[in-house]
Design a protein around this ligand. Structure first.
Ligand code: ADP
Length: 557
């Protein structure tokens, strides 16, 4: 809108009302002067040709604007040139035609202010001198004085008339252009506000909405106009204690800027969203009190809040999980010190206490390892290195690493890999970490029998890797809990082994990152099969952007 106003001014040419009559009058005057033998020209053709070209020029204004070169400077220059030629070559010195320069001065002043006036006046002076020199080769003092006199009269008269007529017009043009600029600024700000992700609502002093942006409509889930609606009817807010908030009361207390992050807004009977609200006062001193008001900037921080809550919960759970082994090992160590201080220390008891303390320290080490794996999973997602590798190569590596552990427990440790299983393109690091968690659990929770690593193709795009054990198994009712953080079965055998309850939680996160999913089949006391189905090409179907976006959120789900 603002841009089109600017170009409208640029396109504007000399107004038809001004040009057509003045040029026709000028041409008629020229012919009349000739008729009354006042022009003293020696050539009728010259007079007619000049009048005709002048009239034609003015008639051009009647043609549709788009057919013409639309520049008033071109027209104004054309008129100057025609009149200059007439004055030099047709009319004699001191002819009355010279006063026809006055409208040109007038128009130059109108469009180009003083600059235009002086340009036109300078040209007039040059034309007068040239015509004098052309028509009177001998220097004539009187002729020169007459020229100067005429020049001064024409210019002064035009200047005075122009000032009287347009004096305030140039002021108005200045104001107009300032208005256009302000309008442009206003539009620019509006489009800026409209592209903002945060909701912006402006009100007057009484709280009636005067402006809002698209994000405000989104937040309020409406497409009705909000103009003139009281903001308190539109935004029904409550504080952290569920007490209703009087928004205008809060706003009226605002000196400069007030920010609240403890505010929620109901979006349905059961759902609330958390808002971060900044209120600022619009009160420049030059505005009248009824023009003053407030702006409200609203940001939906529900996700951030719930993430923060999840994180706080996670930290408190982690510190609880850490505190327990620290307390136990501290107790065991104190006991060992106490026993050692006895006159006849019981070495076996001391050893037992130290062993228990050592177990707790090992547990703490495991916990720290798991936590760092978790944070690594979170950090490394961005630059996760996706490579192509043979599944059999990784299985061979894992076999070599874990066979001693399995054999030490008297378990068999085998593989069952479908021939021609395809190479996969994914994060080798995450893939190995997932398989390691399955295998270490299988060995840990199996007393008799053994463990099999199975790899098979599901279809052209997916492979399935399973770790099958003949161990403790997991009750059906507990199977959906295994991926929860810190969950460990109550089974006495499980409890007799050390574990953090974080391994499968991390595994589930990593599987999700790779675009895969986990499956569990288990029967108590018979054994478990933990499987992961993975796309052969990680991220072919998965949108990396949304994975990255949800990564933090997913970590704590
Ligand atoms: P951790 O093994 O450190 O306790 P995990 O997250 O790896 O933590 O496993 C969570 C729980 O799931 C284990 O404590 C155990 O009760 C159960 N579990 C995991 N794998 C097996 C398995 N192969 N056989 C029986 N129970 C298992």
């Amino acid at each position: 809108m603002a841009v089109s106003s600017v170009s409208k001014i640029d396109e504007e040419i000399l107004p038809v009302k001004l040009v057509i009559p003045s040029t026709i009058v000028a041409a008629c005057l020229l012919i009349a002067l000739y008729n009354f033998e006042l022009t003293f020209t020696r050539n009728l053709d010259f007079v007619l040709a000049t009048s005709f070209s002048w009239i034609t020029l003015s008639m051009l204004y009647l043609l549709p604007k788009r057919w013409l070169f639309q520049s008033r400077s071109v027209y104004l220059s054309a008129f100057h040139i025609v009149l200059s030629l007439v004055l030099i070559f047709i009319t004699p010195i001191n002819s009355a035609v010279i006063y026809m320069w006055a409208p040109l001065l007038f128009m130059s002043d109108y469009y180009y202010q003083v600059r235009g006036l002086w340009l036109s006046a300078s040209l007039l002076f040059i034309v007068l001198l040239t015509s004098n020199w052309y028509q009177l080769p001998v220097f004539d003092r009187n002729a020169i004085l007459t020229i100067i006199f005429q020049f001064v009269v024409i210019v002064t008269a035009s200047f005075i008339i122009s000032k009287m007529t347009f004096g305030d017009r140039s002021e108005r043009r200045k104001l107009d252009s300032q208005y256009v600029e302000a309008e442009y600024e206003h539009d620019r700000l509006l489009s800026l506000i409209n592209t903002m992700a945060d909701a912006v609502i402006a009100t007057d002093q009484q709280g009636k909405i005067t402006t809002y942006n698209a994000a405000a409509l989104d937040l309020l889930n409406t497409n009705k106009t909000l103009i003139n609606s009281p903001i308190e009817d539109i935004l029904k807010l409550t504080d952290a204690n569920g007490e209703p908030i009087k928004l205008m009361q809060l706003a009226s207390k605002t000196q400069f800027l007030e920010r609240r992050t403890d505010i929620s807004m109901p979006v349905s009977d059961s759902d609330n969203i958390n808002l971060d609200i900044s209120i600022s006062r619009i009160a420049p001193s030059m505005l009248k009190s009824e023009q003053q008001g407030f702006t409200f900037l609203l940001r939906d921080i529900t996700e951030r809040k719930s993430l923060e809550e999840e994180r706080d919960l996670f930290i408190s759970e982690v510190s609880h999980e850490l505190r327990t082994p620290i307390t136990i090992s501290e107790g065991d160590m104190s006991m060992a010190v106490l026993l050692a201080g006895k006159p006849k220390p019981d070495v076996a008891q001391i050893k037992a206490s130290i062993k228990k303390a050592h177990e707790q320290v090992v547990y703490l080490g495991d916990m720290v390892n798991d936590l760092s794996a978790l944070s690594r999973a979170q950090l490394e997602n961005k630059g996760m290195e996706v490579v192509s590798f043979k599944i059999t190569d990784v299985i061979d590596e894992l076999m070599q690493t874990y066979r001693p552990q399995a054999e030490a427990k008297g378990l068999y440790f085998k593989t069952d890999v479908t021939p021609n299983i395809p190479a996969i393109t994914t994060s080798k690091l995450y893939f190995k970490e997932i398989m390691q968690n399955f295998i270490t659990n299988a060995i840990k929770y199996t007393k008799k029998g053994g463990v099999v690593i199975k790899a098979q193709s599901v279809d052209r795009d997916n492979v399935m890797l399973s770790v099958i054990d003949t161990g403790a198994g997991i009750a059906r009712s507990e199977q959906n809990k295994v991926y929860q953080k810190f969950w460990r079965s109550e089974d006495p055998y499980t409890r007799s082994t050390s574990g953090t309850g974080l391994g499968l939680f991390i595994t589930a996160k990593l599987a999700h990152r790779l675009g895969g999913y986990l499956m569990l089949e288990s029967e108590i006391k018979k054994g478990s099969t933990f499987s992961i189905v993975l796309p052969v090409m990680a991220f072919r179907e998965v949108d990396r952007g949304s994975v990255a976006k949800n990564e933090v959120a997913n970590l704590f789900n």
